[in-house]
Design a protein around this ligand. Structure first.
Ligand code: PGA
Length: 247
């Protein structure tokens, strides 16, 4: 499985970032799962993985442009030079700041063009009885997949993150059986863009209040390939507990 620690802006002190990265390296020696750290842009350069490190780096976002003048942007090429492996695109906290599906598709394209794997976040704000949330997720996936080549599509990782479950507690997260349904649904949507059994090969992560208490349940039989973990990834005991629960 792939466990991505999304530190958001929780980790502001570089010393704390280094300590958490050292913990991740220790944990990675004791688990078969892959750990990727998503610190703030400002801390990426401090955490460049050593050649043989099993801990990878992820960016929390990436620019929709490459090079040139756009002040304040961090391009996929910059990330590539920092040995970043993944970039989160379309996180709900960026969507809430006004990011559109069209911009997210551009970000995914730029990431792929520079050897960075996009972690495409999709997810509804609420669960409505009429199941409108399914078409919301379909629209978010379609907006990105339609602009990519077959080969590029195969490289995308989907992170299903229902917005209503983010930043809560394990008790309020998505129940495991509902995650299973969603994973099946997402693979069905991917079938619109990929031939035959190819959708099964796309990695799907879940995010939204993944904690040591629910991670094992969520992993068992749901069909997910990993987790995008926010608040539980920035407290050493909690993150260790979560990795241990999976191992
Ligand atoms: P959470 O955040 O684990 O704190 O719910 C997950 C995310 O937003 O990626």
């Amino acid at each position: 499985m792939l466990i991505v620690a999304n530190w958001k802006a929780y980790v502001e002190d570089a010393k704390r970032a280094r300590r958490l990265a050292a913990l991740a390296r220790r944990l990675s020696g004791k688990t078969r799962h892959e750990i990727a750290l998503a610190p703030s842009f400002a801390h990426l350069a401090l955490l460049i993985p050593k050649k043989k490190s099993r801990v990878k780096l992820a960016a929390q976002d990436v620019s929709a442009t490459t090079g040139g003048a756009p002040t304040g942007e961090v391009s996929a090429q910059i990330l590539f030079y920092l040995d970043v492996s993944y970039a989160i695109v379309g996180h709900s906290e960026r969507r809430a700041a006004g990011e559109t599906d069209a911009v997210i598709a551009e970000k995914a394209r730029h990431a792929l063009a520079h050897g960075i794997t996009p972690l495409l976040c999709v997810g509804e704000k609420e669960r409505d009885p009429g199941a409108e949330y399914l078409s919301i997720v379909r629209t978010q996936i379609t907006a990105v997949m339609k602009s990519l080549s077959q080969k590029e599509r195969m490289a995308v990782i989907i992170a299903y993150e229902p917005v209503w479950a983010i930043g809560k507690t394990a008790a309020e997260a998505l129940p495991a059986h509902e995650l299973r349904e969603m994973v099946l649904y997402i693979r069905k949507v991917l079938g619109d863009f990929l031939p035959g059994k190819a959708p099964v090969k796309i990695r799907i992560l879940y995010g939204g209040s993944v904690e040591p208490d629910n991670v094992r349940d969520l992993a068992a039989g749901s069909g997910v390939d990993g987790f995008l973990v926010g608040h539980a990834s920035v407290e050493p005991d909690t993150f260790s507990g979560l990795i241990k629960a999976l191992s």
